[in-house]
Design a protein around this ligand. Structure first.
Ligand SMILES: [Mn+2]
Length: 211
C-alpha cells in the first residue's frame, strides 16, 4: 500500500474495504455531458452507432462496455475492432469508410482517437458525428470533436489514470444516470472494466480499486 501511496487511515480502509465507496461524478469529465446528449439523441432518432475499439484487453473490454450500455439504452450498434496487423492502432480512414458503408451514422471511439485529427476530419466529412472516449496522453494535436479523456489539460476530473475501459465505464454511468436507467444496467459490466484495467497495467489506486 505504501508503494501505491496509500498511507492515510481513510485511504487504507477504503483500499481494503469489501465495498469501496470512491467513485466520482462522470459529468466532471470534459465533454461528457455533450457526448452523452449526442448519443442519446442519436438513439432517439434510431441512428446506427458504431463503436470503434482497439485490439488489446483494454480496447476489447471497452468495446463490450460501450456496446452493452448503448443497447440497454435502446440504441442500434455496430462495432469495429481493428486488426493489429492490417489496420494498426487508432482510427483509420479506410476503416471509417467501410463502417460508413455499413450504415454507421455516429462513430464513438473507445481507448483510442485523441490525436487522430486527420481521421476524425475524414469521418466528419463523410457525414458521421464523432465522439472520442480515450485515456491516452495527448502530446500531439488533439482531434477536433467531442473528446472525453481525463488526460486533457482542461480536465477537472479528480483522477487521471483511468484505463480506456474506465473511461467507457464512466460514459456508461453517465448514460445510465441521464437516461434514468436503473443502476443494475451498469452493475454487471463492472467486471469488464476490471479486466481491461488490469490488462492495460494502469495504476491500481483511487477509483480503480472500486472496480
Ligand atoms: Mn488502453
Amino acid at each position: 500500500m505504501k508503494q501505491r501511496g496509500i498511507t492515510e487511515k481513510d485511504d487504507i480502509e477504503e483500499f481494503l474495504a469489501d465495498t469501496p465507496k470512491k467513485t466520482y461524478d462522470p459529468f466532471l469529465l470534459p465533454d461528457m455531458e455533450a457526448g452523452v446528449d449526442l448519443i442519446l439523441n442519436a438513439i432517439s432518432h434510431d441512428k446506427l452507432i458504431c463503436i470503434y475499439g482497439d485490439y488489446d484487453a483494454d480496447g476489447i473490454t471497452s468495446t463490450c462496455i460501450m456496446k452493452t450500455i448503448l443497447e440497454r439504452a435502446g440504441g442500434r450498434t455496430d462495432y469495429f475492432i481493428p486488426s493489429r496487423f492490417t489496420d494498426g492502432y487508432g482510427l483509420n480512414s479506410a476503416a471509417v469508410d467501410r463502417l460508413r458503408n455499413r450504415g454507421a451514422e455516429v462513430l464513438i471511439t473507445v481507448d483510442c482517437g485523441s490525436v487522430s485529427r486527420e481521421e476524425v476530419e475524414h469521418a466528419k466529412n463523410a457525414g458521421l458525428d464523432v465522439v472520442v472516449t480515450d485515456h491516452h496522453n495527448i502530446d500531439d494535436v488533439q482531434a477536433d470533436c467531442l473528446l472525453i479523456n481525463p488526460k486533457r489539460k482542461d480536465c477537472k476530473y479528480p483522477f487521471r489514470d483511468l484505463a480506456g475501459c474506465g473511461v467507457a465505464y464512466k460514459f456508461a454511468q453517465a448514460v445510465q444516470r441521464k437516461a434514468g436507467m436503473p443502476k443494475s444496467a451498469i452493475a454487471d459490466i463492472l467486471d469488464l472494466a476490471a479486466i481491461g484495467t488490469v490488462g492495460d497495467i494502469v495504476p491500481l489506486i483511487d477509483e480503480t480499486v472500486h472496480w
